[in-house]
Design a protein around this ligand. Structure first.
Ligand code: GDP
Length: 300
């Protein structure tokens, strides 16, 4: 997903290969490659600026140290290029971390709640199905609450997904979403289900009415987790969306979808930096098993 970014780091590395000394000029040239590739990958401008400044400070400040300690604590000799790459690697990891892919789940004698929010088309309903499948495999018993009551198709879509992953779906017509969510919790308790996943309504863009409805659902059931599903294809817009949803709902984390497509991945690098909240999972395809935990060390 981060091909553009890798290209920048690779050319920075090549620039430094074989050099016995790193000069500030050389660092700046390398950082230029990296800056361009990050911007091309659609990472937010402010995020890029700060990131590059941090690397520059570390790379130039530590240039004299030509030995470092490896993972076992042994001293090893490093080339300036290696050192620079390590600084980049560490900064990339801290840009995307700390990693926290956990969900807040109670003991099985208590109902845990996951409220899923996101704009229309972000992949929210699909991701509800993926999460239900994942939790079922982990020995949980999810129940899905169809609280997107405005589009009849959304309720039907969720019922189809529920059937495919073998998980019951709660829906009752003529109820407002907060009341529907409450009754969904009650239904879960009655049916011995230990996790509810609430599929909420989306809009094409953020609007006040939607935010108020989501706040009302949150107030009604106090879900243990509120996760925003974000379409990685929309790039910087997803970062703005993430920041606004977080401001209104105090999110626990994000799920970025459609990273199997030609999304440039920059959003993944920006969202965490801008909101301070972790990315929990990545959607890597339309089918229901394509949900992966976010592991930035691999990416870096
Ligand atoms: P909602 O309006 O947010 O509930 O979005 P949907 O769940 O209906 O998804 C919108 C479209 O995105 C559907 O065609 C999904 O199959 C597709 N989609 C969802 N997640 C992914 C993903 O991770 N990768 C790809 N390629 N498509 C996805």
């Amino acid at each position: 997903m981060l091909e553009t970014v890798s290209k920048g780091f690779r050319s920075a590395k090549n620039r430094l290969a074989g050099k016995t000394e790193i000069t500030p000029e050389l660092v700046d040239e390398s950082l230029r490659d990296i800056r361009i590739s990050l911007l091309e990958a659609d990472v937010a401008f402010d995020v890029v600026k700060k990131f590059v400044a941090r690397i520059r400070e570390k790379a130039i400040g530590e240039v004299v140290a030509l030995t470092t300690t490896d993972k076992q604590g042994r001293k090893i000799r490093v080339s300036p290029g290696d050192h620079f790459i390590k600084v980049c690697h560490d900064e990339l990891e801290s840009l995307m971390g700390p990693v926290d892919t956990s969900l807040k789940l109670n003991g099985k004698d208590q109902t845990s709640g996951i409220m899923m929010v996101g704009l229309q088309g972000s992949g929210k309903t699909t991701t509800v199905g993926k999460l239900a499948s994942k939790l079922s495999k982990e020995g949980r018993k999810p129940l899905l609450i169809a609280a997107d009551i405005y589009r009849p198709a959304a309720v039907d879509q969720l019922k189809v997904l529920g059937e495919r992953v073998g998980v019951p779906v709660y829906f009752e017509p003529d109820l407002q979403p907060p009341e529907l969510a409450k009754r969904g919790y009650a239904a879960a308790r009655q049916q011995g289900r230990d996790v509810v996943i609430i599929d909420t309504a989306g809009r094409l863009a953020i609007d006040e009415e939607l935010m108020q409805e989501l706040e009302a659902i949150k107030a009604a059931v106090a879900p243990d987790n509120i996760l925003l599903v974000c379409d990685a294809m929309i790039g910087q817009d997803s970062v703005r969306t993430a920041a606004e949803f977080d401001r209104r709902l105090n999110l626990d984390g994000f799920i970025l979808t459609k990273l199997d497509g030609d999304a440039r991945g920059g959003a993944a690098l920006s969202i965490k930096e801008v909101t301070g909240k972790p990315i929990k999972f990545l959607g890597m395809g339309e089918s229901l098993d394509r949900l992966e935990e976010f592991r930035p060390s691999g990416l870096a």
